[in-house]
Write a protein that binds this ligand. Structure first.
Ligand code: SAH
Length: 218
């Protein structure tokens, strides 16, 4: 028997096939989440073919929602397990938050622009994401009251790995953060293993600046 497939789900499946699987991403748990999370809801007013296009898109207040490939690649790099406590810096549209909240036990997300986070919170609550905690403030300082975290993801570009985030990383923990210049960075992965820090550089990326005490000056 044939059922009519939801055209938006079909579009997300194509996005996963063409933009992710075709480029070598093969983490099935993450790819399934990329199919499920309704990206189109995070870019209201945009025609669906734009919402799923292979690039970052502008959202309100001069900020961006990352390219789908970058969201998937960073999420795979973070290696989130179902019992993990995850800290995310840079809520933005809330799209990456939605992805993380489907993979982790709980997500703490920090955004410096109150209006953006309010919009993201309303949407995430509407989508039934109940395991997300929200804070408006300088995320380069982390969320010390809730530390340590198993995983930390920064979705803004930093001039250095922010020291407060390293301090808030649990043993066995991993931090993923774009580090470099104001407009070009390399995705940097820091692991804390047996008390020692291990750092490596990966994908080239372009994020808006992380503005804060352990980031760029405003
Ligand atoms: N992950 C987002 C994209 C984030 S864009 C998404 O999926 O849509 C980067 C975000 O980081 C912007 O919203 C910006 O306001 C925020 N930001 C920049 N510096 C910050 C800081 N110090 N603390 C918290 N958020 C910050």
């Amino acid at each position: 028997m044939h059922t009519t497939e939801d055209p938006l789900l079909a579009a997300r499946r194509r996005m996963v096939e063409r933009q992710m699987r075709a480029r070598g991403l093969d983490d099935e748990r993450v790819l399934a989440v990329m199919e499920q999370v309704p990206r189109e809801r995070f870019v209201p007013g945009m025609p669906p073919e734009e919402a799923f296009s292979d690039r970052a898109l502008s959202i309100d207040l001069g900020q961006t929602i990352s390219q789908p490939f970058m969201v998937a690649a960073m999420t795979i790099e973070l290696d989130v397990r179902p019992h993990h406590r995850v800290l995310e810096i840079g809520t933005g549209s809330g799209y990456q938050t939605a992805v993380l909240s489907r993979l982790a036990a709980e997500v703490w997300t920090v955004e410096r622009l109150a209006a953006l986070q309010e919009q993201a919170r309303r949407l995430l609550e509407d989508l039934g994401r109940l395991n997300v905690h929200y804070r408006v403030g300088d995320g380069s300082l982390g969320w010390p009251e809730e530390a340590p975290f198993d995983r930390i993801m920064v979705t803004a570009g930093a001039p250095q790995v922010p020291p407060p985030l390293i301090e808030q990383l649990a043993e066995g923990g991993r931090l993923v953060v774009p580090v470099g210049g104001e407009s070009d960075q390399l995705l940097t992965v820091v692991d804390r293993l047996e008390g020692k820090l291990h750092e490596r550089r990966g994908l080239a990326c372009r994020f808006v600046r992380l503005i804060g005490q352990a980031g760029w000056p405003g």
